[in-house]
Write a protein that binds this ligand. Structure first.
Ligand SMILES: Nc1ccn([C@@H]2O[C@H](COP(=O)(O)OP(=O)(O)OP(=O)(O)O)[C@@H](O)[C@H]2O)c(=O)n1
Ligand SMILES: [Mg+2]
Length: 370
């Protein structure tokens, strides 16, 4: 039996990036052999095992053959005759299809090293199209490695185009598409993910609302990524370019978690919060609608996301940042008004609400003046 380090760990080591997880492939062994050595089997469809001590993943060398449509239509062949080269052949990209043996030698039958050198994301073989998720994976890698100059190879892009055109992407689950999307948002250049998907016509099923996006609509997302905004804030920065109903449809289709959906919908509704809110009354109305009193952190996040829109529109970062800070101060002061005090002054029912409102307005007025 021979064991090799494969996939992302080999790639990222060669790129001098931090290796976060290590995957191994085992050649010339059977499941029984691994089980008898104390490995535990985790893959139901695929023969994947966990090392008894490190808990890292060890997979028996395998080939996959497609039998039908969709993600489940696989036949998996894993027996002790499958060679390392056969296992590497069924992988997605050449830079992901390299192995390293126990002596540190790189095994590279499909020229991943050359593609690392040329900064090229290139598929290994026609077997690429057996898994439609790979269209999204390649877009994610493009977003991750764009800062190094990596581009999707022309023939790979053409293959991705034909996969998108075939309708195969519709067979993916929302969960898997969301996972790739969420990961991509956290990468250095998240807008590249959507650019690549747009280039190969892959937006139309899962992201039709973004299909007509021009470069300017991605600008807030780029600013968000550059300022190390959270994942939710990045997704919301994308939603700035959508109407309320488009954002709703997108979140529903992707089954985006609540925290993402809420901020995205607010951002779609109040995208010009920092450039178009002229009066204290208008700001108070937004604060009420956005439930800022009960969810102040979410409103701070909305202000941050809206600032990406405002900076894109005005190119005046200094001024916008000042304005955002003023709004934040106004909110925290208005939120600190003591209702008990109003009640203690002898007011009842509607009079309490009116007093609260006029105190809030007064505070907003004074902060917005400065
Ligand atoms: N749809 C997929 C998923 C995975 N792989 C192969 O399995 C390896 C490990 O998969 P995964 O951990 O998902 O990706 P990594 O390349 O390790 O990337 P990441 O840094 O995102 O973990 C990949 O390198 C690739 O060789 C593949 O060919 N097709
Ligand atoms: Mg990995």
């Amino acid at each position: 039996m021979k064991i090799y380090l494969v996939g992302g760990a080999v790639r990222d080591e060669l790129l001098h990036r931090k290796v976060t997880e290590r995957d191994w492939v085992v050649v010339g062994a059977t499941a029984e052999q691994l089980l008898s050595k104390g490995y535990t089997q985790v893959g139901k469809d695929f023969p994947v095992f966990l090392h008894p001590e490190t808990r890292e993943e060890y997979a028996l060398a395998r080939t996959e053959r497609k039998t039908g449509s969709g993600y489940t239509g696989f036949v998996c062949v894993a027996n002790s005759d499958v060679t390392l080269e056969e296992d590497l052949l069924r992988r997605d990209l050449t830079i992901n299809a390299m192995a390293k043996d126990s002596r540190g030698k790189i095994i590279d039958p499909y020229h991943g090293l050359a593609d690392l050198e040329k900064k090229r994301l290139r598929h290994v073989s026609a077997a690429f199209s057996e898994d439609p998720l790979r269209v999204f994976r390649v877009a994610r890698f493009a977003a991750r490695y764009a800062y190094l100059g990596f581009k999707v190879a022309d023939d790979t892009l053409a293959l991705m185009k034909s996969m998108a055109a075939s309708g195969e992407l519709q067979s993916l689950s929302a969960e898997r598409v969301w996972l790739e999307t969420r990961r991509s948002l956290m990468e250095k250049s998240p807008a590249i993910y959507f650019h690549v998907l747009q280039q190969c016509g892959a937006l139309s099923h899962w992201f039709p609302e973004l299909a007509e996006f021009g470069d300017d609509k991605y600008q807030p997302l780029i600013l968000a990524a550059n300022s190390k905004a959270s994942n939710e804030e990045r997704f919301a920065a994308l939603a700035l370019g959508l109407s309320q109903s488009e954002a709703t449809a997108l979140c529903q289709r992707l089954k985006a978690p609540n925290s993402y959906r809420e901020l995205a919908l607010l951002s779609a509704s109040f995208s010009s919060l920092l450039t178009h809110t002229k009066s204290p009354d208008a700001l108070l109305e937004i604060l009420d609608k956005a439930d800022a009193w009960r969810k102040p952190e979410r409103f701070q996040a909305l202000l941050k996301v809206a600032s990406f829109q405002a900076i894109t529109a005005t190119a005046d970062e200094e001024n916008i940042t000042k304005k955002r800070k003023a709004f934040e101060r106004a909110l925290s002061r208005a939120a600190n008004i003591d209702v008990q005090e109003i009640i203690a002054s002898g007011k009842h029912g509607k009079a309490i609400r009116d007093a609260l409102r006029s105190q809030r307005l007064e505070l907003l007025r004074s902060t917005m003046k400065n």
